[in-house]
Design a protein around this ligand. Structure first.
Ligand code: BGC
Length: 782
């Protein structure tokens, strides 16, 4: 078969219900035969014969209705993330129409529902209890994009471990996390929930989160089953509009988007959530190529798949069938559990009768749900996660808050620091200005589980805790986060708690300017409201909202040093801010301990070490913009008058802050990378060494980054791809040699025939402090 017809076959088969040719893993450039796909009903034997026997016996006793009941996931509680809510829940649980519940927690509430299920149904099958534990349960950590910016996998794992400790103490056994969608479009509000734009780094974060939640033993009462979401490609919505259409080449899909899902599964994640989007014409929730052929047959996933919120019903709006048809489509695609929509419950019985689905297919879905309960130890003890005493002793322990403070400061990124404007001296008078300076609500971010914003430490409080009466603080609000009445109404309809200061913006700015004039330095705490990012929170303009930029301009005009502390859920466009501020500290929404952590950084008791994991554009028109882009045939080479090159006429191609950017209070000097060989053979190891010296005045941490370019390929290859990093600590004046190891395996990619191969030829290696600031060496692969 020639190349063109292979691709045609791949494209034709995506989403169809027949055997397709999934991408192939290959050791060398040789072609390999793709594994044949399994029919949906044929359940491969698990590796646990005891579990198989238990489930076989149970399934044999269950009626069709009881089996369908297990496929139904209902929402009980106050957290609603979709347009409809579950009704008649108690009654449905008693009738055996429910396999799991989400949005209910606390030992008392969970016990009540678990008792309904266990005491009233024939087979006493316990319920799963799920929840969106995204960046902490009660102790809230920085929003996920911030967590990733720490580049500290141990700290990230620990945040997930603590989240699981608290969530399971609250009766939960299933967390809807990690969200591992690669995102390159900061207009999309859900960039806040992921690890950013890089598939390699995203994979490391995904693994760390799964390890943190699940530990080594899912039956322990303090571990919870992870749910990898949103499978797949949800972050590639057209124009950054949430729930938007996704359409991309297979090569891009597998080289640039799929790795983090796979990494989370390889780390053992027990469940997968479908995504709302379509993938090349077929909604993910009804996409058999995705959910069965790729996920299970090729990747070997043996857990269960839950839909996203009403995603089966939404396939009607996508335009692929009526209620009965979309229910059948989802089941046949390989979906096991229906979140909130209740179409499995309503339609599958009839679909069996009319022969559109088989009881075998329902058995398979039911088996997978029952297996999850078995793996969690729920059949041994349905109440194993319910323990009032543990709940009392676990939530928001001081050591958990300390961990939250630690990772919060690690997540912060020093974007600019001119003439050492930071750290601040703990003396004199600070003008603390801005709508987020006293704020608590927004600090815990948009998706803060069972977090209580009233427990969050504001920036003002954090500064007072840090420097007490040594520093005089003059406060002025200066501006509202936004003055857009409609936006405020929408934010407040979903828990925004935005209070509009009734004064005119001129009056507020005037007051702030006065305060600034009477102070030594201005610390302006500005940004977005938490509800401006997260689900269904896309923005077309990603600058500072409202009058905040006008406020900053007025503050600048006072001539006082201007330090900007940013809080936001996405990369923003910050050109004026970059040109004019003396220092800019990106703090994201940093969680319960935000204010303390920010004060730690502002006064230098912690030297910032975070690095961006998502590019900050200069202009929204550059979006999507990402570091691992390709060259094009007409790259812009800086020749201004050379018209026919790939560039904008009105803004540079370069972003404002590239992937990997982040400053420290100290400076680091890098040597040129030294390679252990200049020719690498297939099975050999290449060592790349670089000396990094702390040449500044503070001890500090540095994220040493390794990138590779495959210069000539059978397909075009990105200009740079992250292949490794090390976060090191260097005392003032200290120097360390950092060694990276690469093999040919690290250089593999999906070629045009969707074989996963490395290709001999020329490679460039880059090591440095960001994706832009690197030094280079080269080698040949034979
Ligand atoms: C979101 C998911 C979430 C689910 C349950 C959906 O709207 O897309 O990320 O897990 O709701 O709350």
């Amino acid at each position: 078969m020639n190349k063109a017809s292979t691709i045609l076959l791949l494209l034709l088969c995506m989403g169809c219900a027949q055997t397709t040719t999934p991408p192939q893993e290959s050791e060398t450039t040789q072609n390999t035969t793709a594994p044949a796909s399994q029919p949906a009903a044929a359940k491969p034997q698990s590796t646990d014969p005891e579990m198989d026997k238990f489930i076989n016996d149970l399934l044999a006793k269950m009626t069709l209705e009881e089996k369908i009941g297990q496929l139904n996931l209902v929402s009980v509680g106050f957290d609603v993330t979709g347009p409809i809510v579950s009704e008649n829940v108690d009654e449905n649980i008693r009738k055996g129409n429910v396999g799991g519940v989400f949005n209910t927690f606390t030992p008392v509430a969970v016990r009540k529902l678990q008792e309904f299920a266990v005491n009233n149904t024939r087979h006493k099958i316990p319920l799963l209890f799920g929840y969106d534990v995204i960046h902490g349960h009660r102790t809230i950590f920085p929003m996920p994009l911030g967590l990733a910016s720490s580049w500290d996998m141990q700290a990230i794992e620990r945040s997930a471990r603590i989240a699981a400790e608290e969530a399971t103490a609250d009766g939960l056994n299933w967390v809807f996390s990690p969200m591992v969608d690669i995102a390159r479009d900061p207009r999309w509000g859900r960039v806040a929930e992921g690890a950013g734009e890089d598939p390699w780094l995203g994979s490391r974060v995904a693994e760390a989160m799964v390890r943190g939640y699940q530990g080594d033993d899912l039956t322990l009462p303090n571990t919870a089953m992870a749910c990898v979401k949103h499978f797949a490609l949800y972050g590639a919505a057209e124009a950054g509009r949430d729930y938007g259409t996704v359409d991309m080449s297979l090569q891009r899909m597998f080289n640039e988007y799929m790795a983090p899902y796979k990494a989370a599964l390889d780390a053992g994640a027990g469940s997968v959530m479908t995504s709302f989007n379509e993938i090349n014409g077929v909604p993910a929730t009804g996409n058999r190529w995705l959910m069965t052929e790729l996920l299970r047959d090729q990747w070997g996933f043996d857990g269960f798949v839950v839909t996203d919120y009403t995603a089966i019903n939404e396939m009607m709006a996508h335009g692929v069938g009526n209620e009965g048809e979309v229910a059948a489509l989802a089941l046949k695609a390989g979906v096991d559990m229906d979140m909130v929509g209740e179409l499995f419950l309503k339609e599958l019985g009839a679909q069996v009768k009319n022969g559109k689905v088989t009881e075998e297919e329902i058995n398979l879905a039911c088996r997978r749900v029952l297996e999850a309960k078995y793996k969690l130890g729920l059949f041994q003890d349905p109440y194993r996660y319910i323990n009032e005493e543990r709940a009392k002793n676990t939530m928001m322990k001081p050591e958990f808050r300390e961990a939250a403070r630690d990772i919060a400061r690690k997540s912060m990124v020093l974007l600019k620091n001119e003439k050492n404007a930071l750290p601040l001296k703990p003396s004199g008078t600070i003008a603390l200005i801005g709508p987020l300076a006293r704020n608590q609500r927004d600090l815990i971010g948009n998706w803060s589980g069972a977090g209580d914003w009233k427990q969050a430490v504001s920036v003002e409080q954090g500064i007072r805790n840090a420097v007490g009466s040594k520093v005089r603080i003059n406060y002025a609000k200066g501006a509202n986060i936004t003055d857009d009445a409609q936006m405020i109404r929408r934010l407040n309809a979903h828990g925004g708690l935005l209070e509009l200061d009734k004064r005119s913006s001129e009056a507020m700015i005037k007051e702030a300017v006065q305060v600034a004039r009477n102070s030594d330095v201005v610390v302006a705490v500005v940004g977005e409201a938490q509800g401006m990012s997260g689900e269904a929170a896309s923005r077309a303009d990603i600058g500072l909202p409202g009058q905040q930029l006008a406020l900053l301009k007025a503050l600048k005009a006072t001539g006082k040093p201007l330090v900007i502390v940013l809080m936001n859920g996405r990369p923003l466009t910050l050109n004026w801010e970059h040109e004019n501020a003396n220092a800019i500290l990106e703090t994201w929404f940093a969680g319960t301990e935000a204010g303390n952590a920010i004060a730690d950084v502002l006064f230098g008791s912690y030297n910032p070490s975070g690095k961006l994991t998502m590019t900050f554009p200069r202009h929204v028109g550059q979006v999507p913009i990402f570091y691992n882009a390709k060259n094009t045939g007409r790259p812009f080479n800086g020749e201004e008058l050379n018209k026919y090159t790939s560039r904008y006429m009105d803004v540079p191609n370069e972003p404002l802050y590239p992937f990997g950017h982040g400053l420290s209070y100290t400076t680091f000097q890098y040597s040129k990378p030294q390679l252990s060989k200049t020719t690498l053979k297939g099975t050999e190891l290449l060592e790349i060494q670089v000396d990094v010296r702390n040449t500044g005045n503070y001890d500090g941490e540095e994220v040493v980054q390794l990138y590779v370019q495959d210069v000539v390929g059978s397909s075009t290859r990105p200009l740079k791809e992250l292949k490794g990093f090390q976060k090191i600590t260097l005392k003032k004046g200290e120097s360390k040699t950092v060694t990276f190891k690469l093999t040919a395996d690290d250089l593999k990619f999906y070629n045009n025939e969707m074989q996963y191969v490395y290709e001999p030829g020329e490679f460039r290696v880059f090591v440095g402090t960001s994706s832009r600031d690197v030094q280079e060496a080269g080698f040949r692969l034979e």
